[in-house]
Ligand binder design. Structure first.
Ligand code: UD1
Ligand code: UDP
Length: 358
């Protein structure tokens, strides 16, 4: 079996870390990196820290609007598929790289396997929601993190086969978090004490591209009663700078702005935070696994189970709701929501069953 995997963004490097090595025990994998994320701290560090195999091909297609990016990726991936003729194309999540890989494959009549299928915010203003829905409807094999996304796919009557395999990010988090819990260096570097700081990330276009919403995000960060560590996504850094809001954050005593962190340092900070403040999808799950209460800077989430379990609160960009959420006691129970850490093995087994005979 020959599998061509398309990745391109920070969370996809983490997801590939759970699958690629196992896949290579049973199949030929051609790993294609679109280059959507390209800075070392957004890309290379994850390959080095998590043992993701080196890409066979780096397309270097970062920057530009969603439409431009997706179009350039489609044009670049099509000839690669024509040359490699894989038995299937594997894509992860909901980014432009996901849709480009999936659509190029479907147009070449190569079956698509989608990991993290069926996630929905039901908000079509999010570019990620368009990417997810389209990728799901062109996929032959839809691999879901939990029962809820599988139910969404059945309700939408997708054409492909649906299987719940668990969440591949859980595999990586469960391996790394115990080590991260005893790694004090990232806390020392940030000048924070265990349990006495908030870790914050924000990068959603809906939060940072609109200057009025960006201003509200800054007001929340400034109002926090604890030290806050803020590893800045490059999109957010650029928008803060353009809006004239970066200097105020850098000058605030309680805000520690850092470049994007590698997975190990970020996880070390996450596991000891009093709370996680984020609009990231992956980080909501990781906070849950670490037993750290999450405050989500959105009014919807795809990871609804974390909210139902009481560990995640949606506050959008409401300052008072954020401050109130910070005072909430953590729940006592933390059921297994997204699998047992063996999702990568199940993804590979599903691929072999579906495409292994060819
Ligand atoms: C993308 C995904 C988003 C995902 C996020 C993970 C889409 C539509 N969005 O958003 O779903 O949650 O990745 O982090 O696919 N930049 C750099 N260096 C880099 C990468 C980006 O400077 O290594 C800057 C560039 O100016 C770029 C901008 O950030 O234009 C935005 O990057 P892009 O990949 O388009 O979107 P993200 O906001 O990263
Ligand atoms: N992450 C990281 N360093 C950071 C911020 C995030 O290693 O400074 C990791 C985080 O642990 C998670 C992934 O990046 O595994 C999430 O990526 P991101 O928030 O960019 O994307 P999303 O999940 O929202 O698509």
């Amino acid at each position: 079996m020959k599998v061509l995997t398309v990745i391109g963004n920070r969370p996809q490097f983490v997801k590939a870390a759970a699958v690629s090595r196992i896949l290579r025990e049973h199949a030929d994998e051609v790993l294609v990196h679109t280059g959507q994320h390209y800075d070392d701290e957004m890309s290379a560090v994850f390959f080095a820290e998590l043992g993701v195999p080196r890409p066979a091909l780096e397309l270097q297609l970062g920057t530009g609007s969603n439409t431009e990016q997706t179009a350039r990726m489609l044009s670049a991936i099509a000839p690669v598929l024509a040359e490699e003729r894989p038995d299937c194309v594997l894509v992860y999540g909901d980014t432009n790289s996901t849709l480009a890989g999936g659509l190029a494959a479907a147009q070449a009549r190569i079956p698509v396997a989608h990991v993290e299928a069926g996630m929905r915010s039901f908000d079509r203003a999010m570019p990620e929601e368009l990417n997810r829905v389209l990728t799901d409807h062109l996929s032959a094999l839809l691999l879901c993190s939990s029962a809820a996304p599988a139910a969404h796919l059945r309700a939408e009557r997708v054409a492909g086969a649906i299987e719940v395999v668990g969440d591949v990010m859980v595999d990586v988090a469960l391996l790394v978090q115990p080590r991260a819990l005893v790694d004090d260096a990232p806390l020392r570097d940030a000048g924070v004490q265990p349990g006495q700081y908030v870790l914050a990330t924000a990068h959603r276009a809906g939060n940072v591209d609109d200057p009025a919403r960006l201003q509200r995000l800054v007001e929340i960060l400034m109002a926090l009663p604890l030290p806050v560590v803020l590893p800045l996504h490059p999109r957010t850094g650029a928008r803060l700078d353009a809006a004239g809001l970066l200097d105020g954050l850098l000058a605030a005593d309680h805000v520690r702005v850092t470049p994007p962190l590698g997975y190990l340092a970020f996880t070390a900070l996450l596991t000891r935070a009093k709370a996680m403040l984020t609009d990231s999808g992956g980080v909501q799950k990781e906070a849950y696994l670490a037993g750290v209460p999450c405050i989500t800077l959105r009014d919807t989430t795809e990871w609804t189970e974390t909210v139902d379990a009481g560990w995640n609160v949606l506050v959008d960009l409401d300052r008072d709701a954020t401050l109130a959420a910070l005072k909430r006691p953590a729940p006592t129970a933390r059921p297994e929501l997204y699998g047992d850490g063996q999702a990568g093995t199940r993804v590979v087994a599903a691929l072999r069953t579906a495409f292994g005979a060819s």
